[in-house]
Design a protein around this ligand. Structure first.
Ligand SMILES: Cc1cc2nc3c(=O)[nH]c(=O)nc-3n(C[C@H](O)[C@H](O)[C@H](O)COP(=O)(O)OP(=O)(O)OC[C@H]3O[C@@H](n4cnc5c(N)ncnc54)[C@H](O)[C@@H]3O)c2cc1C
Length: 426
């Protein structure tokens, strides 16, 4: 069997491991646009900020591909897929055949057409090792950077630059940072922590123009009419599935590549996994891109298993974000901003002065979501309760306690869900 994987990040790794578990002999080729072995993408802000060295970036042992007979083609881009002849066209003019293909190309940063942005030297995106390296290379000349977008990537870029001692201003269109994953109180606590550390956070506003002379930036103008003097702009308003090279292939693409619960696309022998895919949501079953690290791995694992003749099903993506800013850990999972008419009940406990906040979202007698800021060490129990759809009635009143943990769960439940061999899943 001839397996080809396009992309060499976490979804690809999940697939490589699954394939090699079931098929020791088939050939595996991995095509990657980047020049590095698979690395921890969420670590690029720490690399920029100097908290970790390049050595820490690797996701796999250096000899993993050699040991597992994986042919890794670095700095190689797939530009088209012909699903009739089962072949992939590469940018270097070559063509590669496949029996089973996995598209694991993740997302590309979206750069909107902002007046005065194009042609400036110090405009960056922040999704790759090279983005971090480029920023670091010019960091000696940066005095004040404006980050457009207060989502996960924007906040991470801001944190990395702040670690280098740079003045940073985040401009976010929504009424809070991290609006996609967190609710308003959590977003406000995180913004407060950033401001306490010297990062300016402007919400409900956006950059409408970049000013400067030639390729040099001198400032930005906001929708509100305010201006900020700056020399660098980071565009971090989101990523879009990197699927344009599939145009004309017959593979169905909606907001991402559409897949079923085996990660199969609409075309035989072609799979997709990770940020590029649009797979089922855990709660609604609706197709939804879920651009988070753990899900990319799980989807890759399911895809690789199916590609190699095994049988695994994707149980649906449970939105889960776990991020630490300035030593304040935060986790959000499941439904965090429930609709008013969805039959949800919300329990909260706020201590903003301590950067601490807990929110539990219940639907009937089940946990549907949680937001934890400050104390997050029992988050695994919450995600276990959500995934296993446990009736929480017996310990409902204790869910908000900072000490809530295994001892609050009935013994039968502890044994069933959190026995040592199962615990690692949560
Ligand atoms: C700064 C930052 C911080 C993050 N922090 C977190 C976090 O704290 N928690 C969390 O859960 N998630 C986090 N994420 C998101 C997480 O990194 C992604 O969900 C995950 O990397 C997706 O993995 P993937 O394998 O689908 O694709 P990606 O990691 O996006 O990798 C896809 C690879 O495919 C390559 N590629 C694309 N097109 C082609 C082509 N045509 N030919 C060849 N190669 C191609 C790309 O260059 C890339 O190397 C963060 C992301 C960023 C950028």
């Amino acid at each position: 069997m001839n397996y080809v994987i396009i992309g060499n990040s976490v979804a690809a790794v999940g697939a490589m491991r699954a394939i090699r578990t079931l098929d020791r002999d088939g050939s595996i080729t991995v095509i990657s646009r980047e020049r590095y072995q698979a690395y921890g993408r969420p670590l690029i802000s720490y690399l920029l900020g100097g908290l970790i060295t390049e050595k820490r970036m690797a996701y796999l042992p250096p000899d993993y591909c050699e040991k597992n007979r994986i042919d890794l083609m670095l700095e190689c881009e797939a530009i088209a897929v012909d699903t009739k002849s089962q072949s992939i066209k590469l940018k270097n003019g070559e063509s590669i055949k496949y029996d089973r293909l996995l598209v694991a190309t993740g997302g590309d940063p979206f750069v909107p057409p902002i007046e005065g942005l194009a042609g400036r030297e110090r405009v960056f995106t922040f999704t790759t090792w090279d983005d971090a390296a480029k920023l670091k290379a010019v960091s000696g000349e940066i005095e004040h950077a404006v980050v457009i977008g207060g989502g996960l990537i924007g906040l991470k870029a801001a944190e990395g630059l702040h670690l280098l001692g740079k003045k940073v201003t985040i401009v976010e269109l929504a009424d809070r940072v991290l609006s996609a994953a967190f609710d308003q109180p959590a977003g406000r606590i995180i913004a407060k922590k950033m401001e306490a550390n010297g990062i300016d956070v402007i919400t409900e506003d956006t950059v409408t123009a970049v000013k400067g002379t030639g390729s040099t930036i001198s400032g930005v103008t906001l929708k509100s009419g305010n201006t900020i003097v700056c020399d660098t702009v980071i565009v971090a308003i989101g990523v879009r599935p990197a699927a344009s090279f599939l145009n004309g292939s017959g593979i169905e693409v909606n907001r991402g590549v559409l897949v079923n619960d085996h990660m199969q696309t609409s075309v035989r022998n072609v799979y997709a996994a990770g940020d590029v895919a649009e797979a089922s949501d855990f709660f609604t079953g609706q197709k939804n891109p879920m651009p988070i690290w753990p899900d990319a791995y799980i989807q890759g694992d399911v895809a690789g298993t199916d590609m190699a003749g095994g049988d695994k099903e994707y149980a649906g993506g449970l939105a889960m974000n776990s991020i630490e800013f300035f030593k304040v850990p935060t986790i959000s999972m499941g439904i965090t901003n429930p609709a008013d008419d969805g039959g949800f009940e919300v329990l909260t406990l706020r201590e903003p002065e301590n950067y601490s906040y807990r929110k539990i979202v219940l639907q009937g007698n089940r946990l549907a979501g949680a937001v934890l800021v400050g104390v997050v060490d029992r988050a695994g129990i919450f995600s276990g309760l959500i995934r296993e759809k446990v009736d929480v009635t017996p310990f409902r009143d204790q869910l908000l306690d900072a000490e809530f943990g295994f001892v609050n769960l009935p013994r039968e439940l502890r044994d069933r869900l959190f026995a040592p061999e199962r615990k690692q899943q949560f």
